[in-house]
Design a protein around this ligand. Structure first.
Ligand SMILES: Cc1cc2nc3c(=O)[nH]c(=O)nc-3n(C[C@H](O)[C@H](O)[C@H](O)COP(=O)(O)O)c2cc1C
Length: 302
């Protein structure tokens, strides 16, 4: 059973990696993720300068397994990139550097550092739903998506992956990202949401709004992957609510060739990657897929 896959030209021994923001901003996180068994590492979104993030509370765990976060893109800034890349390289582990910014210049600034540090790819975060000026404000406008991807593509030699979030124009935005030079798309980010305490009568998060992740967003993410795959057949990294091999398989047959796991990895659930891979192998056996690539987008093709 062959689970090897390439995404944006990067060879992976299997399709699973962590999602940005789940570990990935310190040296010891890289080691932890390697122990979890990921095939590639994605860093926390990194901005030009260190960013403090919001005051607590920043996380709400919902009874349905969902999580609402408003971390506020807390990160160590671009100076931390070489150390993270070197640590991954020391272990022969591919590393994707997630970059964030409020304008094209900021994206370029961080992308150049990642490029020079020897990262395998850049993931442009065009989709953070809870940090003003970063992400979703850019990502919902397909022209902005085009401009940011194009300007980053003009300064780096490594592949670019555009990470898009949920919006009415996500299919159009995906097309613009590809047209501007993105070699792959990560779909999707967290979804803007609100949690109100009925006793205090107030929103719980300091930032009021947060991003919903985990099982509740999975069917939405699968829908987005399906629609984008149907339209353009691009290389897609599926992300959103994966906690079992069934969620992973669903993404693959909707059109994803690689997968990112966020919320399910957060609690230090060390066996998640191993058990998903085991489940995928059994599933492939049942269906007679000898290579995972045979399954990609099969539900779209009919
Ligand atoms: C605590 C937390 C922090 C996150 N930080 C980032 C981030 O820095 N950059 C980014 O692109 N996505 C970030 N995300 C979104 C995840 O990468 C992922 O897109 C989302 O959580 C959906 O996947 P999941 O349901 O498996 O968690 C974060 C998610 C969580 C829960």
């Amino acid at each position: 059973m062959n689970l090897e896959i390439s995404i944006a030209g990067i060879k992976l021994r299997h399709p699973l990696m962590n999602a940005s923001g789940i570990l990935g901003y310190a040296r010891e996180h890289i080691l932890k993720l390697i122990r979890y068994g990921v095939a590639a590492i994605v860093t926390k979104t990194i901005t030009p300068k260190p960013k403090r993030g919001y005051d607590p509370p920043i996380l709400i765990e919902l009874p349905n397994g969902g999580l609402i976060n408003a971390v506020g893109l807390e990160n160590p800034g671009k100076e931390a990139i070489p150390e993270l890349v070197n640590e991954a390289k020391r272990h022969y582990m591919p590393i994707l550097v997630s970059i964030g910014g409020v304008n094209e210049q900021e994206f370029i600034e961080v992308a150049s550092v990642a490029n020079d540090a020897g990262a395998d790819a850049i993931e442009i975060n065009l989709s953070c739903p809870h940090t003003k000026g970063y992400g979703i404000e850019i990502g919902t406008d397909p022209h902005n998506v085009y401009n940011v991807v194009k300007s980053v593509a003009s300064v780096v030699s490594i592949p670019i992956i555009a990470k898009l979030g949920l919006s009415d124009k996500v299919v159009e935005a995906a097309g613009k990202a590809i047209e501007a030079g993105a070699k792959a798309l990560t779909l999707i980010n967290t979804i803007k949401s609100l949690y109100i305490d009925v006793y205090t009568l107030k929103p719980v998060l300091t930032n009021i709004f947060g991003g919903l992740s985990g099982p509740p967003i999975h069917p939405i993410a699968v829908r987005v992957v399906y629609e984008v795959y149907k339209e353009f057949q691009p290389e897609i990294i599926g992300c959103g609510g994966i906690s079992s091999w069934i969620d992973a398989a669903e993404f693959i047959i909707a059109g994803a060739r690689a997968l990112q796991i966020g919320t399910a990895l957060r609690g230090g659930s060390q066996n998640v990657i191993v058990s998903i891979l085991e489940g995928l192998r059994n599933w492939m056996l049942i269906h007679g897929f000898r290579d995972i690539r045979e399954a990609i987008g099969i539900s779209v093709r009919g």
